[in-house]
Design a protein around this ligand. Sequence first.
Ligand code: ATP
Ligand code: MG
Length: 284
Amino acid sequence: MKLRIAIQKSGRLHDDSIKLLKECGIDINNGVNKLKTEASNFPLEVFFLRDDDIPQYVEDGVADIGIVGENVVLEKNRPLRTVEKLGFGKCRLAMAVPRSMTYNSIQDLDGQRIATSYPVILGDYLKKMNITAEIHEISGSVEIAPGIGLADAICDLVSSGSTLFMNGLKEVETILRSEAILVANNSLTPEQEQLLGKLIFRIQAVKKAKNNKYVLLNAPNDKLPEIIGLLPGMKSPTVLPLAEAGWSSVHSVLNENDFWDIIESLKAAGAQGILVVPIEKMVI
Ligand code: ATP
Ligand code: MG
């Protein structure tokens, strides 16, 4: 028995999806132009598909699970289970208008034409905001629509905003924030659920490791209480004596969010020779 996962064949999510599986210790050889492949050391079959098709394939049970942007899942509106957010493929679905247009609020789009590849999400949003607009669905290069007179505004995916800028547009509303997610079919067998559980366990260990760093430092013994007080550690910091009398080595794990603040305080408290090392996997 194998778990079948659908990932993007090529495009923005392909490389990070493969990388995540590798970091989970799953070996796959992803030869170009392959439709599917098998992992050599985990009961996993990998299907390479267009991202738009992934929700449908997972719903139909052709694949059991899939990695796809939240934006695509919401647009396709299929009954799927979101299992885990994956932390890559981050972008936002945003409204943009020509830079020359005076824009005060979404009311300014009432009665206007909006081009998008996300008619479902946009339709819901406009309804919620009580706006009536003409939605023009186009499948690609949405950003050129205002320039060629097809629409007054667009609703499209943005990450840096440089595509909008190059096309003379300005971003005026954020409709949705999105990242890649792991989705699953709603009726997996108990065996498949068990394999999925194993995979999730590994993904969470990889994600936690990315958000944390291993820190080693030297401290004079009289400063230890203050330094230990600054360090959370997984349980509590490890303290080992140095060969030089009166000194100790302190080891701990720090979260990325408060990392720099704590490093500064440690230095101020008398820590020396601070080393920061990446963590590969982390299981709490
Ligand atoms: P496919 O050939 O598989 O249909 P695609 O052209 O529809 O690919 P990509 O452009 O590769 O899709 O984007 C895949 C996903 O990457 C998007 O659905 C979105 O979740 C995410 N993404 C992240 N940043 C961006 C961005 N700046 N523009 C578009 N998508 C982005
Ligand atoms: Mg697509």
